[in-house]
Ligand binder design. Structure first.
Ligand SMILES: [Zn+2]
Length: 293
């Protein structure tokens, strides 16, 4: 039997490859180097009022920023299940119904509308919650400015936050048409458009310094309203992405470069605005006495 299963091994491997070819790769979001370069640019865009260790931590944050995609791993079924919907929100499914401020109010509103929140997606809540996790880490930095464990906590939270802000600025992460125009059954046909878009910041080798140039990020003056405004702005570009569908593989196309540069700069400003917002929020956080570092 052992021999037989050994003989089957290459066939299974071939079949697995074929399944991947037919079904396409899973929707990961921007490729890892795309996330990394957008995160580097967001840190470069920060003003001097942000702490030095943070402004010098761009490389660490860039390395961390692809990690939420690594959490969608079949060997980690509970984490994979929780993590998958954190990367998108298919706005059209809500049919204009407003998004509540908080995660479990959203889950309740989905139940009332007969929607599955995991299918709709939860990226605005991932962005809001990671902004507040970063604010908590910043509050600890205000108390223990030299503590390197606290500094690492800030960089890790900021890397995660960057992932979700960057995904939200990819228009195909905000729509039912995420992988080809959805049909009457609501299913997106996996046309390959999503993978082409995800690859572009990395394939175009966008320069973080260029992306950050001229940006003057200001702290978002609210949290969820600012996130939802970005989500709508991203969703408003879905048609522009489809208008370029036939050109997305052409790295020489000026229209493709313009679209991806615009989305990348939107992601960079949005990420930097939330880093600034987290720093502001942190000034008002009272840490409990039992918290030690
Ligand atoms: Zn993602």
């Amino acid at each position: 039997m052992a021999r037989q299963s050994e003989n089957w091994a290459p066939i299974w491997a071939g079949l697995a490859g074929l399944v991947l070819l037919v079904c396409g790769a899973p929707a990961w979001g921007w490729w890892a180097e795309g996330h990394a370069l957008l995160t580097r640019a967001a840190v470069q865009a920060l003003p001097a009022e942000m702490p030095d260790f943070f402004r010098q931590g761009g490389e660490a944050m860039a390395l961390i920023s692809p990690e939420p995609d690594a959490e969608k791993n079949r060997a980690l079924p509970h984490l994979q299940n929780a993590e998958h919907p954190e990367h998108y929100l298919d706005l059209e499914l809500l049919k204009g119904q407003p998004l509540p401020e908080k995660r479990y109010d959203f889950v309740k509103s989905c139940a009332e509308a007969g929607l599955d929140p995991a299918q709709v997606g939860l990226v605005p809540y991932a962005v809001a919650e990671w902004t507040e996790k970063l604010a908590l880490a910043f509050a600890q930095h205000r108390r223990w400015p030299e503590n390197t464990l606290v500094q690492a906590e800030c960089l890790i939270a900021a890397g995660h936050l960057a992932h979700y802000t960057e995904d939200l600025c990819q228009p195909l992460h905000t729509t039912v048409h995420y992988a080809g125009r959805a049909g009457a059954d609501g299913k997106s046909p996996r046309s390959g458009i999503h993978e082409k878009m995800d690859a572009l910041p990395e394939r175009l080798a966008l320069d973080p310094q260029e992306l950050a140039k001229g940006l003057v990020p200001v702290a978002a003056d609210s949290l969820m309203p600012a996130i939802l405004a970005q989500l709508r702005a991203s969703n408003a570009l879905v048609d522009s992405v489809y208008a370029l569908e036939g050109e997305l593989g052409n790295l020489e196309s000026p229209r493709v470069r313009a679209l991806i540069t615009e989305r990348s700069r939107a992601a960079v400003s949005f990420t930097a605005a939330l880093y600034l917002r987290a720093w502001e929020i942190s000034a008002a956080i009272e840490l409990p006495d039992w918290l030690k570092r």
